[in-house]
Design a protein around this ligand. Structure first.
Ligand code: KIV
Length: 253
């Protein structure tokens, strides 16, 4: 069932929310069939599907394309669309881009960092916003865990409150120590969703390619529930050998 932002607010403390990313129609269809309540069309698409080295190469046009595909596959699931790098540099630009993501099929938008003026402007204009702190890939210099020093932990707690107070209904906590995620989750009124942030968030998100074992690198905090890269190589090998040996196609079919 499709959830609006106020429904998510009611879920705080009730149960764990399972979120997965999706970028394509058939995968989104599978996630909706499985009952995943919220899908993130993340700008991780740039790295895991498009072969870029950074999420900074992702454009609004890319996001519109992928959000549209996911919406066609999951018509009844809440879809969060990522605002690409620099499209949130002013409130007016962020609103224009957020409207494009919503027109493509998103229910809410996500942006990285404590950009309180942008978040509050979007919320005032009727857009549901998801915040993101901890490791923020659009501006990070590396993908190491953050919030390990007292100062950095304090910064993340402060950012979490700024994002909540600006009007976000949900907060992604990426690659921070578990005890820090616990502190943030128990202090905030809004839902926290962790990735590499331990078990104490209100929910968990995984990049679908990591969960499927699709690709050649998976972060240590992720889990591979399948090994699709290996399956694809196996299928391609079998097809190659059957075509070369004229076993396929079988003319009796
Ligand atoms: O882009 C993305 O997939 C994300 C998740 C890693 C939270 O932001």
């Amino acid at each position: 069932m499709k959830m609006h932002a106020p429904d998510f607010l009611k879920m705080k403390g009730l149960k764990r929310i399972a979120m997965l990313t999706a970028y394509t129609c058939p995968v989104a269809r599978c996630l909706e069939t499985a009952g995943i309540p919220v899908i993130l069309v993340g700008d991780s698409v740039g790295m895991v599907e498009m072969g870029f080295d950074s999420t900074r190469d992702v454009t609004v046009e890319h996001m519109e394309y992928h959000i549209g595909a996911v919406r066609r596959g999951a018509p009844n699931t809440h879809i969060i669309g990522d605002l690409p790098y620099d499209t949130d540099k002013t409130p007016a630009l962020a609103l224009a881009c957020a409207k494009r993501l919503l027109a493509a099929g998103a229910d809410s938008v996500k942006l990285e960092g404590p950009k309180t003026d942008v978040i509050s402007y979007l919320v005032q204009n009727g857009i549901s916003v998801v915040g993101h702190t901890g490791l923020t890939p659009q501006t990070a210099k590396n993908f190491l865990k953050v919030g390990r020093t007292a100062d950095d932990a304090r910064r993340i707690v402060d950012e979490a409150f700024l994002i909540q107070n600006a009007g976000a209904f949900m907060l992604i906590l990426e690659h921070i120590p578990s005890d820090l995620a616990h502190t943030v989750t128990s202090s905030l009124d809004i839902i926290t969703i962790g990735i590499g942030a331990g078990p104490d968030c209100d929910g968990q998100v995984l990049v679908i390619n990591d969960a499927l074992g699709l690709g050649d690198y998976w972060p240590p905090f992720s889990k591979q529930y399948a090994h699709l890269s290996k399956s694809i190589v196996d299928v391609a090998n079998r097809f190659l050998s059957e075509v070369e040996s004229q076993q396929f196609p079988n003319n009796t079919a």
